[in-house]
Design a protein around this ligand. Structure first.
Ligand code: ADP
Ligand code: TRP
Length: 380
C-alpha cells in the first residue's frame, strides 16, 4: 500500500487522501464523504490483497505521440482503476543523449502534465520522476554486477542506437535494460504496460530478476511481463511509412497529442502514398497500409471500411482519404490537446503532484533497497 502519511493539506495538493488523521476527517466529513472514503479504502484494500503491481515509464525526450498513447498510456489509464500502479517519467534514461540541463526538468514536467491532463490520477497511482527515486540508481548498480557485456551488446535497441549514433556509444546506453529492470523490480512490478518495441527489455528484466534470485538463493523478485489489454503488444506506424512512430524518426513521422489542427492536416497530407491501386483487389503498399492502421485508431469502422472498399475497387482518391483521416485525427486529438495546454503552464501544481509521487514511490523503493541490501550482505 501507499504511505499513510502524505503532504500537508494545501489547495494545490492533488491528494488529500492520506493527509489528515483519520479521526479528524471523520469529524468533518459528511455522511456521503465517509461513504466515499470507505469506498476508497475498500478499493485500496482489495487492490492490495488481490492485485499485481503495475510499473511503467516514458522518457521525457519529447512530447507524447500517438504511439506512446496507444502503445503504453491507454493501458495506464485502465490499469489505474484496479491495480497498484507506479508510473514515472524516465529522466535518468533520457541522459543517454545528454540533454541540456536547462531543459531536463522542463521536459519532465511536460510529460507529467500530459500524464495528468490525459487522465492519470495522482490519488489513484504513484506518478513520479525517476530521478526523484535515487534508490533506483542503487538497485541498478547491484543489478549491473550480474549483467554481462555479451548479453547487453546483443540487445536490438542498443545495436540500432549505436548504428544511428556511432559517436555516442556510452555505458548508459549499453546498460539501459539494467536500469529499466531496476525501475520495475524496485516496486516488484509484474505487469508492465509498454509497446511492442520494449518486449526484449522486459525479457532482460526477467533475466536479471531471476539471476538475482538464483545467486542469492531467494525468491525475492517476481517475474515482470509486458502487458497490453488485448494480449497483443501494439506497434503504431509512423507517417514516414517505414517503421514505428518514434520521436527519434523526426517531427514529420509523429502525430503529437498536442499538435494543432493545421499541423495535423499538413503532416497527414505530406505522408507518403503510392500511385494508387492499378487494378481491383491490388495489394496495399506498406505506406497505404500504415495510413489505414492510423485510421483504425481514430475513425469509425464504417469510415475505414468505406475507404477499404474504395481501395479494393481501385477507385480510392487519396486526397479524400487523407482529408477524412485528418478530420478524424483532429476530433481525436483536440480534447487531449486542450487539456494538455491547459495544464502545462501550471508549474506549481505539477511540482506538487511530483512531490506527492516522490513520497509514494519512496515508500516502496526504500523498503526494497533495505531488503536487497540485506540479501546481498550489507549491514545487519
Ligand atoms: P519513442 O520511441 O518515440 O522515443 P519511447 O521510447 O519514450 O518513445 O516510448 C514510451 C512508451 O511508448 C514505450 O512503452 C513504448 O513501447 C511505447 N511506444 C513508443 N512508440 C510506439 C509505437 N510507435 N507504437 C506502440 N508503442 C510505442
Ligand atoms: N525504455 C522505455 C522506453 O524507451 C522507458 C522505460 C524506462 C520503461 N524504464 C521503464 C518502461 C520501466 C517500462 C518500465 O520507452
Amino acid at each position: 500500500m501507499y504511505p499513510a502519511k502524505k503532504l500537508k493539506e494545501n489547495p494545490e495538493t492533488p491528494s488529500l487522501r492520506y493527509t489528515a488523521p483519520f479521526y479528524k476527517s471523520l469529524r468533518c466529513l459528511s455522511f456521503i464523504n465517509i461513504l466515499k472514503r470507505r469506498t476508497h479504502l475498500l478499493r485500496e484494500w482489495f487492490i492490495f490483497v488481490h492485485m499485481e503491481t503495475v510499473v511503467s515509464g516514458i522518457r521525457p525526450t519529447g512530447k507524447l505521440h500517438l504511439g506512446n498513447y496507444f502503445g503504453a498510456y491507454k493501458n495506464f489509464l485502465t490499469l489505474q482503476e484496479s491495480h497498484q500502479c507506479y508510473f514515472f517519467i524516465a529522466d535518468y534514461h533520457s541522459l543517454t543523449t545528454h540533454p541540456n540541463p536547462a531543459d531536463l526538468r522542463k521536459n519532465a514536467l511536460h510529460v507529467l502534465a500530459e500524464y495528468i491532463a490525459l487522465g492519470l490520477d495522482p490519488e489513484k497511482c504513484a506518478i513520479y520522476l525517476q530521478s526523484d527515486l535515487p534508490e533506483t540508481a542503487e538497485l541498478y548498480l547491484f543489478m549491473a554486477m550480474n549483467a554481462y557485456k555479451g548479453e547487453l551488446e546483443r540487445v536490438t535497441s542498443f545495436k540500432d542506437k549505436i548504428k544511428d549514433n556511432p559517436n555516442n556509444i556510452n555505458a548508459g546506453l549499453l546498460t539501459y535494460p539494467v536500469l529499466m529492470a531496476a525501475d520495475i523490480l524496485i516496486h516488484h512490478g509484474t505487469k508492465v504496460p509498454v509497446g511492442k518495441d520494449q518486449e526484449q527489455h522486459l525479457e532482460m528484466a526477467r533475466t536479471f530478476g531471476n539471476r538475482f534470485n538464483r545467486i542469492y538463493d531467494t525468491e525475492y523478485f517476481a517475474e515482470p511481463t509486458a502487458f497490453n489489454f488485448d494480449n497483443k503488444l501494439v506497434k503504431v506506424p509512423g507517417l514516414s511509412g517505414t517503421g514505428k512512430m518514434s520521436k527519434s524518426a523526426g517531427e514529420a513521422d509523429c502525430i503529437y497529442l498536442c499538435d494543432d489542427a493545421k499541423t495535423l492536416e499538413k503532416k497527414i497530407k505530406r505522408a507518403k502514398t503510392d500511385a494508387g491501386p492499378s487494378a481491383p483487389h491490388s495489394e496495399m503498399s506498406p505506406e497505404i497500409k500504415n495510413l489505414f492502421d492510423l485510421m483504425a485508431l481514430v475513425s469509425t469502422d464504417e469510415t475505414r471500411l468505406f475507404f477499404e472498399e474504395e481501395h479494393a475497387k481501385a477507385s480510392i482518391r487519396y486526397g479524400d482519404f487523407k482529408g477524412q483521416l485528418a478530420k478524424d485525427m483532429e476530433a481525436f486529438i483536440a480534447p487531449k490537446r486542450d487539456a494538455i495546454l491547459g495544464l502545462v503552464g501550471d508549474t506549481k501544481k505539477l511540482n506538487s503532484i511530483a512531490q506527492l509521487g516522490k513520497e509514494k514511490a519512496h515508500v516502496s523503493g526504500a523498503k526494497t533497497l533495505k531488503e536487497v541490501r540485506k540479501i546481498i550482505g550489507f549491514g545487519s
